[in-house]
Design a protein around this ligand. Sequence first.
Ligand code: AMP
Ligand code: GLY
Length: 428
Amino acid sequence: MKVLVIGSGAREHALAWKLAQDEGVDVVVAPGNAGMGAVAERRPLPKATPEAIVALATEVGAGFVVVGPEAPLVDGAIDALAAAGIEAFGPARFQAQLEGSKIFSKEFMARHGVPTAGFRVFDDADEAEAYVRAAGRPLVVKADGLAAGKGVTVAKDADEAADAVDRIMRQREFGGAGARVLIEECLVGEEVSFHVVSDGERYVPMAPAQDHKRAYDGDQGPNTGGMGAYSPPPVFTDEVRQKTLARVVEPTLAGMRAEGHPFRGALFVGLMIVDGEPLVLEYNTRFGDPECESMMMRWQGSILPLLQGSARGDVSAVEPVWEAPTSLCVVLASGGYPGAYETGKVIEGLEAAAAVEGVEVFHAGTAERDGQVVTHGGRVLTVTAVGDTLEQAAERAYRAADAITFDGKMLRRDIGWRARSASPSRSS
Ligand code: AMP
Ligand code: GLY
């Protein structure tokens, strides 16, 4: 069977790598990147519109389609594939609003009693600015729509919050995503990325992971799409996990069903654990990147039954086994990311990195030029390692990351620092 994977990031590389291990599965990726050619056939996809995805799936004879990134989901790729009779993994357009509109998702949480930070919505920049100036406490300012993880400002004071309102609403730094703004209370705690894959009714819990959103060591600098992750994070104890399932996951899935829109696909809850209590920072309706790379490296066996079970409405036969006890991944980015950066830098050392035991190098922003692999995006590679312990996974991942060179290479040196400085804990 042909499985078509839509996307070009390290998340999609990890999914394609995992799917390609199945006997009888031929993976086609569109548009993919320079690394994915090793596990899949690449097809161009200049614009990932629902129509273009359906046309390509039809042309390659795909028996199943996996849509990796959020934008085509929000645009209705799954609805279009369903209308064409093509089975696909991911939520329909309506359900994808849980990610596509932060305001939709906050109002949904409020309706269903899902714990989250207090919030206000504004469609007028002057009113939003007056609110943050009068507040006198740290606030978080968010563009309503999709902004590749960069539309959020955790503001330490009123000036910073007012500046974020100005950039989002008046200067329209994120285009139409900034027509409305969400202003939230600032939560202080430790973040966890927790995913479940649902068939609309039942769900399969995935291994928890922790991302590192800030660009620089010590959680400094601007927010990015994610600079590294590891799994499992010790803060996600059995007790926190039970609370998350009972107070967040189940009410969310039940709420979507009750409103007539059962959720199929990957539901990613971004949590802040505040004194042992899970509060939702955001929903995403696809696998996290780089969390997915960490999870795929730990998952034992085929993931096709999980993805197809979700699409078909029955995941009850899927029992996840987390073969590797831990995993850790380090993102290599282009100098300047998440701001402006140069591309086209020759990447060396990929083979030496891949030769490190327990390591896979997943490509993100890479391209081929004259037989060489060159940088082609902000996040360039996700170097991912498994290990018996997080220390071992970290040592392997950094040994491999250090073997890779390109002009301007940027990485965080402290991925997993919270867990590596804490005592080991339970796993899942
Ligand atoms: P989001 O895209 O909504 O998850 O926000 C991106 C990042 O901003 C999160 O991963 C957090 O690090 C931070 N953040 C978002 N909302 C809050 C909040 N209410 N309090 C503190 N930090 C937040
Ligand atoms: N790593 C966070 C995300 O994928 O949204």
